[in-house]
Design a protein around this ligand. Structure first.
Ligand code: GLU
Length: 489
């Protein structure tokens, strides 16, 4: 149980888009914060000046917002822990790096790129498991250092990692994790351009922002020993760590752009609902301990715990995302779907003025169970919005017999006699016509469906007739009789 109110952060580098892995990290932080009455903070780690992307922060905030992840503190908020962009906090990092130098826990390094390259080559030649800095500059005298600084020699500040030490920390997901300091490089903390590296800035900010839990992807696990050393050197209390499992392609390789979309924006454009994407992403590494897969945000907040996050990689299964989208769509109230439909129509340039809300709601009613995406209301049941101008050839070959025109004409007569027919009235009229003609109902139903919709599959044919109405249905049957006959000759 957490004794204090947690403060957690999502700390992306602004790359220009929100990766689904980033969304998973943000979501788990958000759920954890909300479940425990804590604070969810967005901190932008933008200290890599080479990677600056115009508009990236707005884009990120917008994607998070679309997913329903509003932050309590972050860019634009005026809390005492801000600013929330690392590029606006540079003064802190230098001060703390100096403190480490004074303590002998960090040192200036003046090595040239040429020397470092040579060192690396040499280590590769010796087949050392890992290239590491050789602490050359740790042994410079105070005078040499002062002189170099005075001359304005380009330099970095490095972490002074002691050899042969065990670095141990607890991780909620992975249990006790142990590293040997011999495998930890003397990490650069302040770069040649005066900017901090991720490691220093991250630890300083987590400390200053009083972050209680660091919840992030497994790819950062190998950085954690460096962070643990920094906490120890500063004599700061460490946050609790939780490293989330990797996201995998179905072939169990690391999730990559090459095998599909990775940006939240891509899924948004494809018509996925934020509710479905969030539900899907929540299940990438977490479950509540039962078989339940359908969740809305409130249920996720209620059920989420870090203890139920698993270690093994989570496979990104698009089939499941599709399924969840159809489920979430189905759960929406009809009036909300109506608004979705109108918006989609606008996007597709379909003129919706011609159709009443009542008409559209009837379509929603019969198509709800049959669509995965909103746009399928148009692609799968276009016939509700315009009469078919072509008919499935395979269905003609199979079901359109020489006697069909006579039979459908009889059916039209029966329909014409109906007064303001309901779905059942169409059905009754067809049953009676089939009896009168002494044929099976199927002989009428298949060509009838083809005539009114142009298709061989879709919602129930009597639903279609009812929605289109008597006059439009008869008109379409007549057109089909004319066209299909004509096409045959
Ligand atoms: N800036 C890092 C990233 O881009 C943050 C990692 C962390 O949460 O410590 O993901």
């Amino acid at each position: 149980m957490i004794s204090e109110k947690p403060r957690v952060r999502f700390a992306p580098s602004p790359t220009g888009y929100l990766h689904v892995g980033g969304l998973r990290t943000a979501l788990y932080n958000y759920l954890f914060a909300k479940h425990n009455n804590g604070k969810f903070i967005l901190r932008i780690e933008d200290t890599d000046r080479n990677r600056f992307v115009e508009g990236a922060i707005d884009n990120l905030v917008e994607s998070l917002k679309w997913c329903g992840l509003e932050y309590d503190e972050g860019p634009g908020s005026s809390d005492k822990f801000g600013p929330y962009l690392q590029s606006q906090r540079l003064h802190y990092y230098k001060t703390f790096a100096d403190e480490l130098i004074e303590k002998g826990k960090a040192y200036y390094c003046f090595c040239t790129p040429e020397r470092l390259d040579k060192l690396r080559e040499e280590q590769q030649r010796l087949k050392l498991p890992q290239a590491k800095y050789d602490k050359h500059c740790l042994h410079l005298s105070k005078n040499e250092i002062d002189e170099n600084l005075h001359k304005g020699l380009s330099h970095v500040i490095r972490l002074n990692v002691e050899a042969d030490k065990k670095i141990i920390f607890n991780d909620i997901v992975r249990g006790q994790v142990e590293f040997n300091s011999n495998n930890v490089d003397d990490q650069v903390l302040i770069k040649g351009d005066g900017y901090p590296t991720y490691h220093l800035a991250n630890v300083v900010d987590d400390h200053l922002m009083q972050i209680t839990h660091v919840i992030r992807g497994e790819e950062w696990l190998s950085s954690t020993p460096k962070h643990v050393l920094l906490y120890d050197f500063f004599e700061w209390e460490k946050p609790i760590f939780a490293h989330l499992p990797l996201l995998l392609n179905p072939d169990r390789t690391k999730l990559s752009k090459r095998q599909g979309d990775v940006a939240v924006e891509d899924y948004r454009k494809k018509g996925f609902l934020p509710d479905a994407l969030v539900n899907f992403v929540a299940l990438l590494g977490w479950n509540a301990g039962d078989d339940k897969e359908f969740y809305n945000m409130d249920e996720l907040v209620e059920k989420f715990s870090l203890e139920r996050v698993n270690k093994s990689g989570a496979v990104f299964d698009l089939e499941k995302l599709n399924w969840l989208n159809s489920e979430h769509l189905r759960q929406k109230p009809d009036l909300e779907l109506l608004q979705f439909l109108k918006k989609e129509a606008q996007k597709l340039n379909i003129n919706f003025q011609d159709f009443s809300d009542d008409y559209l709601l009837k379509i929603i009613n019969v198509m709800k169970e049959r669509v995965i995406f909103i746009n399928e209301y148009f692609t799968k049941s276009k016939f509700f919005f315009e009469a078919p101008n072509a008919y499935e050839q395979a269905a003609i070959d199979k079901n359109w017999k020489s006697e069909t025109p006579d039979e459908l004409n009889k059916l039209c007569e029966a329909f014409a006699a109906l007064m303001d027919p309901a779905k059942e009235d169409f059905e009754k009229a067809l049953t009676i016509t089939a009896e009168t003609l002494n044929i099976g109902k199927g002989k009428l139903i298949h060509p009838l469906r083809l005539a009114v919709s142009g298709l061989s599959v879709g919602p129930g044919v009597f639903d279609i007739l009812f929605i289109l109405g008597k006059n439009e249905s008869i008109k379409r049957i007549k057109t089909a009789l004319h066209k299909i006959k004509k096409d045959d000759h």
